[in-house]
Each structure stands twice: as structure tokens, then as C-alpha cells.
Design a protein around this ligand. Sequence first.
Ligand code: GTP
Length: 284
Amino acid sequence: MTIQWYPGHIAKAERQLKEQLKLVDVVLEVRDARIPLTTHHPQVQEWVGSKERVLVINRVDTIPKLVENEWRTWFEERGETPYFTNAQQGDGVRAVAQAAKSVSDRVNRRRRDRGMRPRPVRAVVIGFPNVGKSALINRLLGRRVVESARRPGVTRQLRWVKISKELELLDAPGVIPTKLDDPQGAVKLAICDDIGDAAYENLLVAAELVELICFMDDSFPGMGAAQTLKSRYDPDPFASSGEQYIHAIAASRYQGDVERAARQLLNDFRKGLLGAIALELPPI
Ligand SMILES: Nc1nc2c(ncn2[C@@H]2O[C@H](COP(=O)(O)OP(=O)(O)OP(=O)(O)O)[C@@H](O)[C@H]2O)c(=O)[nH]1
């Protein structure tokens, strides 16, 4: 599996992200519910440092409810509170705003203790490409966009928008550069389109999707995704390798155009047409 990244972009993304993080009190980290482990970058903890972090697991509509519950328990057992959202529709976004507000209360209590005046808490939304950061920002803003201002000393034009009396949000999300050292993760990012500036082959990515779906069906009976594949494209995904499966779809529907079959399968998955499918489960 070859996925090609452009290192210059990654270095630039990392620089920009650190610049954004310097300005804020609280970080809203967005992950993709289909792959909440892969859309976590191991350096986030180090970058966030002592600031507060709110963990948002977005695209909750794309995974089965049972899997959502498993993740909730898994995160809570690790002392984390996951906020599950559908940023496209707005579900769960109010709870995220509430969590950011309670950070504001804590920050201002500390400021008061040090004899400082309270001020709105400043937040930034960060996450891998395409996980729904902009959708979340727009939902948080709703129709209450009030003012925006430029902060000096920042090369890029960063604007603050007021979410409420207590909360200001940087209007540009911070893009987390992709991890380079995990080929399995890279494939999942490609499947979910969370990969940013990378080039990859659709056939190989789609073939991995088919194999992952069969694997997930085995590990989490009841998801039913392999059955959906079968009823949608006809061949049985369990009967062949992922690559053979794409070839079979191409032969039966696209005059042998394998690239087209691969793209179709990936698009159907990304649009949710194959139903709710998780590609990761909490590790045991
Ligand atoms: N089904 C579903 N789609 C979502 C959700 N959140 C965002 N999307 C869709 O996912 C796509 C990407 O969302 P964006 O908000 O642009 O993602 P982003 O992280 O800002 O993307 P970049 O700017 O590329 O880093 C859009 O088509 C959104 O409509 C969600 O919770 N569920």
C-alpha cells in the first residue's frame, strides 16, 4: 500500500497548528467516530500541554449506536469524557459548548485567585483533515456571530468570533498533520477521506475497505455491513480478497473499469450509503 505525503506541507501544518495553540486556553479536539484511534495524533497531548482539552467524536451518525456506547465506556474508563456529535446536523454540539464554558468558569476562578479580571475563554478547534472541524465551528457559531478581531503578532490572519459572553473561538481550525509512521492507520484515513495532502491508489484503498468491513463484521456481529455490500453490489465480499471483490464489481457493473468500481465503493461508503459502519472498535 503506497500513500505518498508531501513533507513540506506537514511541517507547515505543524507550525501553523502550534501558532494557533499558543493563543488559546482550551482545545476542542475533533476525531472521526469511525476511526477515533487513528484520528488521534500521539503528539496532541504534548502540543496541548497544560491547556484544557475537550474531546469531540464527530460523525457519530456514521457508526452503530452500540459501537458509540462501547467507545463512551472505553473513554470514560480512561478518565476522558467524549462528546459525540453530528456536526452536520448539530446533534451534541450544545454539550460541547457547555463543556467549553465550564473550562471558562475554571480559568476565570484561577484568574480571580491571582487578582486578575475575568475574560472570555479562548478556544480553537483542531483535528485531522476533513473530520468536520469547520462544520463544528459553524454549528457552535449558529447565528450568534458577533465580532471578530485580529490579534497582533500573528502572521496569518486569525480572527476571533464570540460564541457567548464566556467563549471566543478562533475562526480557523487547526489542522493536525497526519502521522507518517503507521501504514494501517494511513489506509483508514484514506478510506474515510481524512488524509489531507496525500496521493493514494483507490483500488488498494477500496480493497482494504472491503477487507476491513468483513473483519469488523466478524468481530462485531450485528453490524451487517458485509451483507449490505452483498445486496448492493451482488458479489459476496467474504468469498474473495478485497481486490478480487473490486474486480468482480467492475466486471459485473462497469465493463471492467476497476478504478471506477473502487471510486464508487469508496464514495458510497463516505456518503453513508453502506449504512452505519465503524472501522475501529475499542481495544480490549
Ligand atoms: N455524516 C456526517 N458528515 C459530517 C459531519 N460533520 C461534518 N460532515 C461532513 O464532512 C465533510 C467535511 O467537513 P468539514 O467541516 O469541512 O471538515 P474539516 O475538518 O473542516 O475539513 P478540512 O477543512 O479539510 O480540514 C463535509 O461534507 C461535512 O458536511 C457529521 O457529523 N456527520
